[in-house]
Design a protein around this ligand. Sequence first.
Ligand code: ATP
Ligand code: ATP
Ligand code: MG
Ligand code: MG
Ligand code: MG
Ligand code: MG
Ligand code: MG
Length: 261
Amino acid sequence: MAGSRFSYVKNYEIADPLLPGTFILARVDGRAFHRFSTEHEFTKPNDERALNLMNCAARGVMTEFNDIILAFGESDEFRHRSFFASTSLYNRRMSKILTALTSIFTSMYMFHWAEHFPQKALKYPPSFDGRIILYPSEQEVRDYFAWRQVDTHINNLYNTAFWALVQQGAHSTADAHAVLRGTLSGQKHELLFSRFGINYNALPARLRKGTLLVRENVTPAPSLDTASSKKKIKRTTMIVAYHCDVVGEEFWKGHSELLNP
Ligand code: ATP
Ligand code: ATP
Ligand code: MG
Ligand code: MG
Ligand code: MG
Ligand code: MG
Ligand code: MG
């Protein structure tokens, strides 16, 4: 395409390629979801519909971008959702990747809202911020996911105790914060059990551990038909959800392909 005399302005676009050979991690975070969750009357501490919707939006993004192989959503879920891939997507241009991903995530969230909140109309459009972080090796990637999962646990334990005090203990919110101030994890477990009969460890794993979405290879069973067995086997993948521990070795041993893409 021949340029006009004006086309030099295109040269002002700044190239922003992400460093080659690094793991790309993108994070999408609900913008002002404290207000959004209040205005849309999310149940506290964990609204299941809202968690499902976040997972649905994250799956939608992974379906759109095959290069994304792993995602993590935090227990009260809006907080973080992270993806990584070692990829040549958009020639690794940062703003292209991040804006496309954040925008697809947001539109998936809107598109699927009514399925998850059939009785509740959106009062205003939700939005998300996004950022990209590069990690040089598997170690940081693993530690990143471990960090998010530990954070999930800390937040969820606090929120569970906080809302038990407010909803079942008839404390004011200020009071509940005061009761919990400076308490250790064991004391929160004890408070939940002795005052409210809640065994924290018996809560669903998805609340305590968050949700991992993993792209896994599905190799089709070999066909007995000789004509079709000559055809190239098409590699297909599916997205599998886990609520398992990512701090220890087990998950990563079972999914070594995630760190050696
Ligand atoms: P920012 O724009 O800086 O991210 P924010 O208001 O979104 O601000 P966050 O730290 O991201 O702040 O917190 C998210 C808020 O949304 C929390 O208050 C949390 O309680 C609420 N929230 C998110 N997901 C859920 C859910 N599934 N159920 C109930 N509340 C939720
Ligand atoms: P911002 O959106 O204001 O630029 P942020 O998104 O990194 O900052 P927040 O959204 O305010 O951070 O916090 C999200 C969650 O991540 C919090 O619940 C907090 O527990 C955790 N977090 C953020 N930064 C840190 C940090 N440096 N150390 C430990 N935890 C952190
Ligand atoms: Mg934030
Ligand atoms: Mg937020
Ligand atoms: Mg913040
Ligand atoms: Mg946040
Ligand atoms: Mg265009």
